[in-house]
Design a protein around this ligand. Sequence first.
Ligand SMILES: O=C(NCc1ccccc1)Nc1ccc2c(c1)[B-](O)(O)OC2
Ligand SMILES: [Zn+2]
Length: 263
Amino acid sequence: NITGCSYKLRNVDLHPLWKGQLDIPGGTRQSPIDIRVRDSIFHPDLAPVKTHYDPNTCLHIWNNGYAFLVEFDDCTDKSVVSGGPLENPYRLKQFHFHWGVNNDWGSEHTVDSKVFPAELHLVHWNCTKYRTFEEAIMEENGLAVIGIFLKVGRHHEKLQKLVDILPSVRYKDSLTEFNYFDPSCLLPSCSDYWTYAGSLTTPPLTESVSWIIMKKPIEVDHSQLAVFRSLLYSAVGEDEKYMVDNFRPLQPLMNRTVHSSFQ
Ligand SMILES: O=C(NCc1ccccc1)Nc1ccc2c(c1)[B-](O)(O)OC2
Ligand SMILES: [Zn+2]
């Protein structure tokens, strides 16, 4: 189980999203972090990360009040990630994004202090050691999350199917059926990555994540990102608050090393 002291976050002016989260559980391996490329250690025996996703496991998309989540049927091993720093396969549960109010910021992790306009998280749980996602989220090595940076550039053809459905989940707690989507189309062409031990960046902030951050960003165009910003934090009937800047502030590296799969 995750135990440990709690400590106050640095007194930064926090986005409303974080007003309630000054005290955090644990606190020795929090995410996100700034990845200092020169300090990362090349591990020659870090294998490539292998993903196998079955588009038929894609269930629906919903707005949980923090982000929009595309959720998958995780009752079988049809959609999994393995290899890389992982000792066994992890099942795909959901993916979601974090983004900014404009293209100048939005990602959670940074690379030598470089911020990207958005970041994709593909969330998997350790189905060998735990029975459910809810259990795994509370345990060490419970989750494996692939982080992918987004940059503004060419139109992303395959992402458009998702962008087109976003207006149907505009409000908090809205859900729409979303089938036959293979998130492999969102992976960058280069397999280089950094990996480190961290946490969820949204509540319950548990320190259960093996992070795999892809070095190469994927390109989307500015109109696709603009649709992300049209979603709302607020539910139907509440005063409208645009879902933007849903990223957590950087956390201290403390006693951690970031490993790289490349030199
Ligand atoms: O799944 C989440 N919450 C719902 C919940 C379900 C069951 C028990 C408690 C909470 N959160 C969450 C999971 C994975 C990641 C993040 C947040 B992330 O750091 O944003 O990227 C990686
Ligand atoms: Zn996330």
